[in-house]
Structure formats: C-alpha cells, structure tokens
Design a protein around this ligand. Structure first.
Ligand SMILES: C[S@@+](CC[C@H](N)C(=O)[O-])C[C@H]1O[C@@H](n2cnc3c(N)ncnc32)[C@H](O)[C@@H]1O
Length: 333
C-alpha cells in the first residue's frame, strides 16, 4: 500500500509526505500502554508525551534557563558545523525524531545556497503536528531540493527510511538517551544495518555531569517539565480510556547514578482507581506509587565507544563543548 500523500496546503510542491502512523499505531499503542499500566512497576513509553500539547511543552522546556541540553547542543552545532567531515553537496538528510527541526536549521544555516538547493531533507517523527509545523518553517527559511516528511516510529519502522545513497542520519536532542541500554543497542544495530558505506550518522548526546545540574534541568522552577510529564496522562486517557486526573499525580524526577540516567515518574498523591476503556478491569495505584514515564541516559566517552563497537560503527569525529556537558558524535559505517 502506498502511504504517500501530498499536502497542498503546506506550501511548494517540493514537499511530500509519507505517513506510516496508522499502519503501526492505534492498536499497538493501546496494547503498549495497557502493558505498562498493568505491570507491577508501572510505566508509559515516553513517545506518548508528544501529542500537540506535549510537543509545544517540550519546545517551551528547551528555552528554560535550567534546561541546558538544548542551548548547549545548539551552540556546539553552530561551532562544529564548519568542521564536520561531510560533503553536503547532494546529501539526503534523514533526521530521526526531528521535532521542531531547530537543530538541523543550525547546520543548514552554514551551507551555501547552491549546496542547499542540492539537499533533500527527510524529517521523521511520530508527531504529525510537530513535523507539520517544522516543515512549514524549513520551507520558509531555506530553498532545498525537496522535503519528504515521514510520520513514523523510528524504533519499529526504520525499514521505511528511503533506501537511497549518500545519506546523513541525524539524531539530535539526546533522544537516544530515552532508550534503555538494550533498546539503544538494538536501535543502533538496526540503523547500522540500513546504513550503506558512505552514509553518516550524527548523534547529539547529553553527558554525565554534576547531579545538581542534572536534577535542576528536569525540575524547572516554572513547572513546565511537570506539566509536560503530566500531559502523558491525558494522552493515555484518550488512547486507552482511563480517567486519570493530572492533579492526582506529582512530577518526580531524580538522577539515578548507578544507571547514569535521569528518571521521570508521576507519583500518585492519593489512592487511585480507574477503568480501562470498554473493560471491567480496574486499575489501582496506591498513594506514593509511581508511573515511570521517561529515562534520560547520560553518556561518557566509554558509553560512546561501547555504542560504536556494539553497532559496528566507526567513530569519525567527537565534539564537546568547553564544559564537556554535551557531545556531538559523527559515526560512519
Ligand atoms: C527529545 S525530543 C527531540 C526533538 C528534536 N530532535 C530536538 O533535538 O529538539 C524527541 C522527539 O522525538 C520524537 N519521538 C519520540 N519517540 C519517537 C519514536 N519512537 N519514533 C519517532 N519519533 C519519536 C518526539 O515526537 C520528539 O519530537
């Protein structure tokens, strides 16, 4: 089946869309959320943060003073853009989890108009609304050869990434840190399998650092991260018909040093009973218990080297900011 659709309202005819969301989601999203809510240690996958409100809140988070990762990565990208050992002429940029596309914008800004006119940009994200907004902005700011927006899950649908030569895969925002070690290894191995010699992979990773800096970044004083975390309950209510009230949960985020990760949870501030859609099943969450919503792993050089060797990728360049808070790593096959 062909999932291509042209969105005429999105500007020039250089923009096309590949929408695979319906193919995987709905049923499997329900199953996935059920599984997490039924588990003894309850969890919801962080990909369900990103409905329209979730994507907006995440964008607000990236501007918060405590949230250093976005601005550190952006500054580093601007510094290293001219130093990357990549020939951008005629390149196909595949950006996984592209969100608002603000990171790729920084790379594009460093290229000549001739080079830009030879580039095909493929943003890929599970959030239609985020990608729609981002594509409009990229179209307004740059004249590229073409843009193909892909609405898909980069974990289960990498097979839909167009099989063409001369690709630069980008994975910014330390989104790789949201995967656990096993998921991360599998994801990188699958990505390495679809990569051809001559393709590049550029990953932005948040580094291990002082606990107080890390914890402040996920507990901002304006409470935006708390709103972002609680919004996942509304997504859950919509998908599986639970009746969670966001006020019955508190945002809880801390650095787990043993696992080198920030953990985000929603902690029940009272005993909670809710039903699952069209089922007699009652879900009970005791006051003080949590639903685990996100891990954000932090990386050291040792982690980066181990990632490369697990996926059989070569590290071509590693860039870090002055404080060594963030890394941009360029891999090749
Ligand atoms: C942490 S944000 C990063 C966004 C952007 N790359 C940046 O650096 O600001 C993660 C992005 O990945 C997307 N995402 C999360 N899980 C995904 C999945 N399994 N498949 C596709 N996109 C996903 C989200 O919708 C969101 O836009």
């Amino acid at each position: 089946m062909n999932y291509t659709m042209n969105k005429e309202n999105l500007g020039t005819n250089k923009v096309s869309w590949l929408n695979y969301y319906d193919k995987i989601e709905v049923l499997s999203a329900e199953d996935e959320i059920y599984e997490g809510l039924r588990a003894e240690k309850k969890f919801i996958s962080p990909k369900y943060f990103y409905n329209e409100l979730g994507s907006e809140l995440f964008e607000q988070i990236t501007h918060l003073k405590e949230y250093y990762p976005s601005r550190t990565e952006k500054k580093l990208l601007a510094e290293v853009a001219p130093l990357l050992s990549i020939d951008f002429n005629g390149i196909n940029i595949m950006e996984l989890g592209s969100g608002d596309s603000s990171k790729i914008t920084i790379l594009l800004e460093h290229l000549s108009s001739e080079t830009l006119a030879s580039i095909h940009y493929y943003p890929m994200d599970i959030s239609f609304s985020a990608i729609e907004k981002a594509v409009k902005q990229i179209e307004a700011d740059f004249t590229l050869k073409a843009i193909t927006a892909i609405v898909a899950d980069f974990i289960t649908q990498l097979k839909f990434v167009p099989k063409i030569k001369n690709r630069l895969f980008c994975f910014f925002g330390s989104t790789i840190g949201n995967l656990n070690v096993q998921e991360r290894n599998l994801f990188l191995q699958e990505l390495a399998l679809i990569m051809e010699p001559g393709d590049y992979l550029l990953i932005g990773m948040d580094n291990v650092k002082n606990k107080s800096v890390l914890e402040a970044a996920y507990n901002d004083s304006m409470g935006i991260t708390a709103d972002f975390n609680k919004n996942i309950l509304s997504v859950c209510n919509k998908i599986v018909g639970t009746h969670f009230n966001t006020e019955d949960f508190d945002h809880y985020a801390f650095y787990n040093e043993d696992e080198a990760r920030i953990e985000m949870h929603l902690r029940a501030n009272k005993d909670i009973n809710t039903h699952i859609k069209e089922s007699e099943e009652t879900l009970f969450i005791r006051k003080g218990n949590t639903i685990h919503t996100e891990n954000s792993h932090k990386f050291s050089l040792k982690h980066i080297e181990s990632m490369a060797s697990t996926a059989n990728l070569q590290i071509k360049q590693i860039f870090q900011d002055e404080k060594k808070w963030f890394s941009l790593v360029l891999f090749t096959k």
